[in-house]
Design a protein around this ligand. Structure first.
Ligand SMILES: [Zn+2]
Ligand SMILES: [Zn+2]
Length: 354
């Protein structure tokens, strides 16, 4: 099999040929039909995350071994099945892979929150992923049925879609009764707008410094799209928010987006941080009880969330803009993503001519 692997952090991906794995036990081998290229892949390529204060969470300290094949948004067709999984999965069928594998043994995993397992084995992060023509999945429970969508449309739901859906769920039905504030109108922000619409909830006000992204947000159905750096921001937000902002989803996760959110959130409100831009901020402890606010982190989502999300997609979610590229252009695609040259979600398609 052929994979495009990271042999050295920050270096071009290399094409490597290895023997195609033969599934054992519960394992299932898929032929990759589509694999999304995510911002997380850029963090992996760079070797880790900025934790603030000059500290970095290194992928090597998390157990990542090089060469490593990235790619966690995978749709694939079942081509071989381990003997214990024969009755659980159908050969020739195409599935979306839930990529946030845990150990499968601990209480967290058993409660279907494998994405929060203390010893994760995430696909494309800690195990070989979908920048390849084949991928090995440890158990059929990770294979999720997809509605009538093309593989390239379905693939980004495993991370981008799931992350937006799970963040919305953290606001609860009460948090979604009134317009929410979404900070950052990149791919995740726009996905969140589409999901809110499909869920039949009152919409969202977008804050973004980029005028093109604000325009995209308005076309995707935002109630308003505001520039947080202007003097009029607070006044305009107050006018559109129907009595204050009680729920915020921050897809940036930077010191600036934290400042904006903390200055905006109403008493009793919930602030969900999803973005991994990084950095640090001091927190005035007394403000937490005095304002009775909840600050929550949200990381991808559970397998149950992904199955629910596919149910929502079945009822009709606006398709996200997709750019397809051949697998061979994996590195170029990653560079384009880094330089902000991709509009929509980039998806690698093995076997697609360049
Ligand atoms: Zn576990
Ligand atoms: Zn991702």
């Amino acid at each position: 099999m052929k994979s495009f692997a990271l042999s050295q952090y920050r270096a071009p991906l290399e094409c490597i040929e290895t023997s195609t794995p033969v599934p054992e036990g519960n394992e299932v081998l898929l032929r990759v039909r589509a694999c999304g290229v995510c911002h997380t892949d850029l963090h992996i390529w760079e070797g880790g995350y900025d934790l603030g204060g000059g500290k970095m969470m290194k992928m090597s300290d998390r157990g990542q071994k090089l060469p490593h094949t990235m790619g966690h948004e995978v749709v694939g067709e079942v081509v071989a099945i381990g003997h214990e999984a024969l009755h659980l999965v159908e050969a020739g069928r195409t599935y979306l892979v839930y990529p946030w594998f845990g150990c499968g043994e601990c209480q967290v995993c058993k409660s279907s929150d494998e994405h929060l397992c203390p010893t994760p084995r995430y696909l494309g992060v800690l195990r070989p992923g979908g920048y390849a023509d084949h991928v090995l999945v440890p158990h059929p429970r990770y294979l999720v049925d997809i509605p009538a969508l093309s593989p390239e449309q379905a693939a980004p739901y495993a991370c981008s879609g799931l992350t937006a859906y799970s963040a919305l769920k953290k606001l609860g039905p009460r948090g979604l009764r009134k317009p929410i504030l979404i900070v950052g109108a990149g791919g995740l922000g726009l996905m969140c707008l589409s999901l809110l619409k499909a869920m039949g909830r009152s919409g969202a006000i977008i804050a973004d410094i980029d005028p093109d992204k604000r325009r995209a947000a308005l076309s995707a159905g935002a109630i308003a799209a505001l520039d947080p750096t202007t003097d009029a921001f607070a006044k305009l937000l107050a006018e559109r928010s129907e009595g204050g902002i009680h729920a915020i989803i921050d897809f940036v996760g930077s010191p600036a987006s934290w400042d904006l959110s903390m200055a905006t959130l109403a008493k009793g409100g919930t602030y969900v941080i999803v973005g991994l831009y990084g950095g640090e901020r001091a927190l005035s402890l007394a403000t937490m009880p005095l304002r009775a606010i909840t600050v929550s982190g949200s990381f991808v989502g559970s397998r149950r969330d992904l199955i629910e999300l596919m149910g929502l997609v079945r009822t009709g979610v606006d398709p996200m803009p997709i750019v397809t590229r051949p697998l061979e252009s994996a590195h170029e695609t990653l560079s384009d993503l880094k330089e902000g040259r991709i509009v929509g979600r980039a998806v690698l398609v093995p076997g697609r001519p360049s």
